[in-house]
Write a protein that binds this ligand. Structure first.
Ligand code: GAL
Length: 698
């Protein structure tokens, strides 16, 4: 017996050990840390040492604050441990670290300053499905390089954490394959100035050969149509609305769509759709890449889906450094392109030949952000030169203007843009003016009034979920400033392969497939200018499917031009909605949680009465008729985009003007809950119980 007891203890211990010891996983292992949303620099991981506050630690993940990282634990983690602090660098900074156990803050550091020895963190994670690691930077320093050093997750035996994509099913391609029958993808309005050249290619998809006709052309004297190039041209001298119709025919059917050419002083009646070189190539852009991209936009069918602009961003002028004024401008002051671009008129012609409008970039300062020649003191001359070249779009980037600006407010923020708007308007060509000054001086409030057609609302965006969320937060209050002729611009899109993305990502971006659906849906429903930012010569099928969904683009290009507002929340599902010109409502159910979540768009709370027919916009599929609410299970960080049409006597509650009215109620309620407003308030729990009649399959 005496011998038996120790033997029993040993064998019990052997049985017990594997289940209790668990696995130690280092945060710096590949697959866990790469999606850190680090705005100001690329995060890195090291397993051979990192210095924090003068102490050398074995390994760590370093990222520039502010940033966040979601790690999938799936209920299999026990503990997170790390040492935190700032990487030893010369510039001083202050960073605060936080650990969230799902949505609960479980640990927070003090404000940690540079050269402080590491602080230890140890957090129980039992049962948590995910955790979020966060670093925020003190405003005074703006950024700082923080380190999660010697960071480990203790997992249950045989279990491993995942990145955010592993927390939910990921959506694949939802866009149906292209139909053979013709479809006219044009917005139903287009604005031109009286007497200026019209350049408009009718976007039509469907199997060739396709014949396209314009009905009513004779009513617009001066307007021409070339069925081979599918282009409206000529010029219309007399201001007014010219109702036309496009008719497209092929072996599979006929499509017809009404269209109004509005000759007046307003351009960009719907948000510009196009491609911009910056996110794809930065300053490594050249004329050859521009030509090839234009050809790709046509051959991929993007032009036929309505993508109409190709814009060269920074890098086409002559660099200021190491050159003389004579290198940068001709004797008469005409701006020169650099050797990589050659003759700009020839380049514009080449782009136009693919049915695309041609855009370029400059700055109101002496130099662009990349250090190339700007338009300072040459505004009217540059606008005229652009018009001669055949430019249709100008992105005008603040850059060095701060060096030559004087005063504050009006003088600093508004004048340079007002001046260029005047110059473009008198150039003799319709040139869309894109104000790029990262939201300075509340640009959304005055951008349209000084002749801007769109205005960047934030600094540059990168391919991080945190960036997509911050765009949503920023645009939550800006929607009321957008409308035909002037749009809030949240920056170029970050789907596909960009210079910033990771090559191993989904299509080249760090955004998960679900996050990409949210990205594109939000750009579409908020009526953002949509500028493709990826390399079109290296494009995967998934990314192409995101860019060629005609019903999604239709939400963006709707002639009413109403940008969506965030009208309601159902737990972590945020509902954005907007009215459409045909009386329907477009709604996005955005899942802010990394986990699949069921969300409801409650009709009564939001002022919708009766039954509504609902269509899934991405899948282009009818979902049936819903009363009281529409319910959907939305994968983590994804968005369900729907369109709702009132059935019979359904509509908005009496006295409401549009579905966005609930935005204001929410804001008031945030401070003081309203009682008894029948237009909105759910009067009983059953008001949000969905009644759903499945559509009978034909
Ligand atoms: C930034 C701008 C970017 C890009 C870049 C070019 O100011 O926000 O979109 O144009 O300059 O240098």
């Amino acid at each position: 017996m005496r011998r038996l007891i120790p033997a029993l203890v040993v064998s019990l211990a052997v049985l017990w050990l594997p289940t209790s010891w668990g696995e130690t996983v280092h945060l710096d292992e590949p697959g866990l840390w790469e999606r850190i949303s680090s705005y100001h620099g690329v995060p890195s991981a090291s397993s051979d040492g990192v210095r924090v506050g003068g102490v050398r630690l074995a390994r760590g993940v370093t990222a520039c604050a502010p940033n966040t990282l979601v790690v999938g634990l799936h209920g299999e983690a026990r503990r997170f441990e790390a040492k935190v602090g700032l990487r030893d660098v010369t510039s001083p900074a202050v960073v605060r670290f936080r650990v969230w156990r799902e949505r609960e803050l479980v640990w927070e550091s003090a404000d940690i300053v540079s050269n402080t020895p590491p602080t230890s963190v140890s957090v129980d994670l039992t049962g948590a499905r995910y955790m979020t690691l966060e670093m925020t930077a003190s405003r005074a320093f703006y950024t700082g390089w923080g380190v999660w050093a010697d960071a480990t997750l203790e997992m249950n035996p045989g279990k491993r954490p995942t990145d955010v994509a592993g927390l939910s099913r990921q959506l694949g391609i939802l866009t149906p394959p292209p139909a053979k029958a013709p479809r006219i993808n044009a917005a139903s309005v287009f604005g031109v100035r009286p007497g200026n050249p019209v350049f408009y290619r009718v976007p039509v998809t469907g199997e060739g050969p396709l014949s396209i006709e314009v009905v009513g052309l004779e009513k617009a004297p001066g307007l021409t149509f070339d069925p081979n190039t599918r282009r409206l041209g000529g010029a219309v001298a007399r201001p007014g609305d010219y109702p036309l119709a496009f008719r497209a025919k092929n072996a599979y059917g006929t499509a017809e769509k009404g269209f109004v050419l509005k000759v007046g002083d307003r351009l960009a009646l719907t948000p510009p759709l196009g491609w911009n070189s910056w996110n794809a190539f930065a300053t490594a852009i050249d004329g050859e890449k521009v030509r090839r991209t234009a050809a790709r936009m046509e051959s991929l069918g993007l032009v036929d889906h309505g993508w109409a602009y190709l814009t060269i961003d920074d890098g086409w002028q002559v660099k200021a450094k190491g050159t003389t004024p004579a290198d940068r401008r001709a004797a008469d002051g005409t701006v020169r392109s650099n050797g990589r671009f050659g003759d700009m008129k020839a380049l514009a012609d080449a782009v136009h030949a693919h049915g695309l409008k041609f855009g370029i970039y400059s700055s109101p300062g002496p130099t662009t952000c990349g250090g190339y020649e700007g338009s300072w003191l040459h505004e009217f001359q540059d606008a005229r030169t652009y018009a001669q070249w055949g430019v249709d779009y100008l992105k005008y980037d603040y850059c060095s203007y701060g060096q030559v600006a004087y005063g504050e407010g009006l003088d600093r923020d508004i004048c340079p843009y007002a001046l260029m708007s005047r110059a473009l308007a008198s150039s003799g060509r319709d040139i869309v003016h894109s104000l790029c000054q990262q939201g300075r001086g509340n640009v959304a409030e005055w951008g349209a009034s000084i002749g801007g057609h769109c205005w960047r609302t934030t600094p540059d965006r990168f391919d991080f979920w945190a960036d997509v969320v911050s765009i949503m937060d920023c645009h939550a209050a800006l929607w009321r400033h957008a409308g035909p002729g002037g749009w809030n611009d949240p920056d170029m899109m970050l789907v596909g392969k960009t210079v910033w993305g990771v090559r191993s990502g989904f299509g080249g971006t760090r955004l998960t497939p679900n996050e990409q659906y949210t990205h594109v849906s939000i750009w579409a429903i908020t009526c953002a200018p949509m500028m493709i930012g990826c390399d079109l010569e290296d494009l995967d099928g998934f990314t192409l499917s995101l860019l060629t969904n005609d019903e999604v683009l239709e939400v963006n290009q709707d002639a009413l031009g109403a940008a969506a507002a965030p009208i309601d929340d159902d737990g972590e599902i945020r509902i954005w909605a907007k009215p459409m010109a045909d009386g329907s409502v477009a709604a996005a159910l955005v899942n802010l949680s990394p986990l699949e979540t069921e969300g409801r768009f409650c009709f009564v709370r939001n002022g919708l009465t009766g039954a509504w027919r609902v269509r899934d916009v991405w899948r282009q599929r009818e979902l049936g008729t819903f009363e009281r609410c529409f319910r959907a299970s939305v994968p983590g960080h994804a968005t369900t985009l729907v369109r709702l049409w009132p059935v019979g006597s359904a509509g908005l509650a009496a006295g409401l003007s549009d579905v966005r009215d609930n935005y204001w109620r929410r804001r008031i309620e945030a401070h003081r809950p309203l009682e008894g407003d029948k237009n909105f308030k759910a009067s009983s729990a059953t008001d949000c119980e969905c009644v759903h009649q499945q559509r009978k399959e034909q």
